[in-house]
Write a protein that binds this ligand. Sequence first.
Ligand SMILES: C[S@@+](CC[C@H](N)C(=O)[O-])C[C@H]1O[C@@H](n2cnc3c(N)ncnc32)[C@H](O)[C@@H]1O
Length: 263
Amino acid sequence: MPGADHEYRLYGELAGWWPLISPPGEYTQEATYLAAVLSSTAAIPVHDVLDLGSGGGHVAMHLKDRFALTLADISGDMLDVSRKLNPQCAHVRGDMRTMRLGQQFDAVLTHDAIDYVTSRDDLAMVIATAFAHCRPGGIAVFVPDYVKDDFRALTGSGGGGEDGSGRKATFRERTWDPDPADDWVQAEYEFILREADGTVEVVKETHRLGVFARETWRQLLVAAGFTVAPGFANRSMPGKPPANLIIGHRGLRPSPSSAQANS
Ligand SMILES: C[S@@+](CC[C@H](N)C(=O)[O-])C[C@H]1O[C@@H](n2cnc3c(N)ncnc32)[C@H](O)[C@@H]1O
């Protein structure tokens, strides 16, 4: 995972292209599903939600009418993009492995930013962050793009957004696993960025993305103090279910093992 001083260009100097590379409208169906999950899964009513790795706020923009959102990201540039889209939401800069706001929420959501966690130790740290910010009775919802159990190499393309000035962006990607023995895969992106005056810049960037076995997720969630209910994927909700959905439930009372370590 790149540190705060070593972000991928996509989330640093190129952040202003994010709404064109990954247009907010593409998140509508999945966000509808996640809103239903957030509303119906916890033991307490869910009003306030912490979004860890909120990026440009494209998921958040579909949730903000239903929940009071706090949007956290390691990239100041991505937070600036999100602030324009979601001025009514609280924004905070922080590393999801280590940040502590001294505040608890009814739910903690970590959407595709969890892909940037590429070691078990870091995944355990993010889960500990989620636990520390999750109110008793609340839930932590993780939406990784990939899990090791069913990862397959892929190629694809996307983007196509255009802004009022005429700027356009598209991308191609190839994601593959150089070494199935470890917990990450490699995504090779080619971003085609067309300025309003027709100038085109092609940016190639390789990202390292985490892929953890479902059993690893379960073990780390339980070690942090969450419980994990099996079979959630079978529940029917409005919208489109994400490829992977992992939910930790924080009990209404602290468990003896988790109370000291995580609160
Ligand atoms: C794919 S983007 C998230 C897009 C977001 N779902 C949206 O709706 O716009 C991934 C984000 O993860 C953030 N990120 C990566 N590592 C992080 C970390 N350790 N802590 C917080 N954010 C992180 C990046 O800065 C980037 O904004």
